[in-house]
Ligand binder design. Structure first.
Ligand SMILES: Cc1c2[nH]c(c1CCC(=O)O)Cc1[nH]c(c(CCC(=O)O)c1C)Cc1[nH]c(c(CCC(=O)O)c1C)Cc1[nH]c(c(C)c1CCC(=O)O)C2
Length: 362
């Protein structure tokens, strides 16, 4: 592994392992993106996936939010849909529409046509190069987070062919073709484990798995078609890193909308459970603390449309409800493209001031 500058701010790592911190670490999902004019300038010149595939551009947009805000982590700029691409599917990012698969999976026969054993270093080497470059450029300022989409969420896009309110075609597969769905979810799981391990080899210091569409499943469908794969990813990555003699990194799982499965998620090998805003922090603590899990989240991003005073107030309430130990402050989902950058600044600064106050008084 490359020699990197040592980490100066390890608050996120300590919070992930429920160790003592002097203030609560904070970052925001989609902290890089269209709400920043400097990001739009890059995007005006380069197509979305060109930014992902060009390490210098991916590194530049990863660092943009860190120049503006006092964030405690960087997240590598990429997309969850690079995995379907690595399996041989075409994905376009259409302005105003989001991701589009010109040839989605229509029938399970087509699973065979996917690349069954992709050469991850060849197909996704650009992500690893972007991670290594960004880790160097960060000069140890804050940890770099790597990520992947989770199997069910990726399957949902591969079958549906793009974004959808209901993902009814993808959900139909789970009942029409349960065995073939499991075959596909297994292929994705094996690919994701290799992808995440290689991100750590390239320099990622924390990993987050995005199950963004957990909320459209019911609890029994989630248990069958999501949870077991999420769980295998955490144990698989931990085992593989340990077999390779590489130090552990914190693993975060974000299963958006899966409040019904908090107890089951807390029983997996993830270190941190990331919550959306529909879960009450105190209730989440009751369920997860017994298992020694840290929590991440969970301010409703819509709060950031409010006045600076209301942002401060809601953020302070959230920090106090979670308490200072084992909490990574974040939004309950990503930044929206029309939010004002100053609103994120108010959130970040309030997390720091309110949590320091909280620790002083405890
Ligand atoms: C579901 C999902 C996707 N991608 C991702 C998820 C999981 C998180 C979530 O639930 O939001 C993850 C993702 N996508 C992006 C990042 C970058 C890192 C960061 O968080 O700053 C991350 C972590 C960049 C992006 N990914 C995308 C953009 C905007 C596209 C653009 O620049 O034109 C960015 C900055 C595009 C994207 N990519 C995806 C969709 C549905 C869209 C369209 C929606 C939109 O336009 O905002 C798939």
């Amino acid at each position: 592994m490359t020699d990197f500058p040592s980490l100066k701010n390890d608050l996120l790592i300590r919070a992930a392992y429920c160790e003592e911190v002097e203030r609560t670490p904070v970052w925001a999902m989609r902290q890089a993106g269209r709400y920043l004019k400097e990001f739009q300038e890059v995007r005006a010149k380069h197509d979305f996936f060109t930014v992902c595939r060009t390490p210098e551009l991916a590194c530049e947009v990863t660092l943009q939010p860190l120049r503006r805000f006092d964030l405690d982590a960087a997240i590598i700029f990429s997309d969850i849909l690079v995995i379907p691409q690595a399996l041989g599917m075409e994905v376009q990012m259409v302005p105003g529409k989001g991701p589009v698969f010109p040839k989605p999976l229509i029938h399970p026969n087509e699973i065979k046509a996917l690349n069954q054993d992709p050469d991850i270093d060849k197909e996704l080497g650009y992500v690893f190069d972007a991670i290594t470059l960004t880790r160097k450029k960060l000069e140890g300022k804050v940890p770099l987070i790597g990520f992947s989409g989770a199997p069910w969420t990726l399957m949902a896009y591969m079958v549906e062919g793009g974004s959808s309110a209901t993902f009814s075609k993808a959900r139909a597969w789970l009942f029409q073709y349960p065995e073939e769905s499991e075959l596909l979810l297994n292929l994705l799981t094996n690919t994701i484990i290799k992808y995440l391990v290689n991100q750590v080899k390239a320099g990622a210091q924390t990993l987050q798995v995005f199950e963004s569409h957990a909320g459209i499943l019911g609890s029994s469908t989630f248990a069958k078609f999501s949870l077991q794969y999420l769980s295998r990813i955490a144990s698989g990555v931990k085992k593989e890193l340990s077999d390779l003699g590489i130090s552990r990194v914190p693993l975060i799982v974000f299963a958006k909308g899966a409040h019904y499965a908090l107890e089951e998620l807390s029983a997996t090998d993830y270190d941190v459970i990331s919550l959306d805003w529909t879960i009450d922090p105190k209730r989440a603590r009751e369920i997860s603390s017994a298992k020694g899990k840290a929590l991440q989240g969970n301010l409703d991003p819509a709060v950031l449309y409010g006045s600076p005073d209301s942002i401060n107030c809601a953020t302070k309430r959230m920090v106090e409800a979670f308490g200072a130990r084992g909490h990574i402050a974040n939004l309950g989902h990503g930044m929206y493209p029309d939010l004002k950058p100053e609103s994120l600044k108010a959130f970040v600064d309030t997390v720091h001031s309110a949590s320091q106050e909280c620790i002083k008084n405890s």
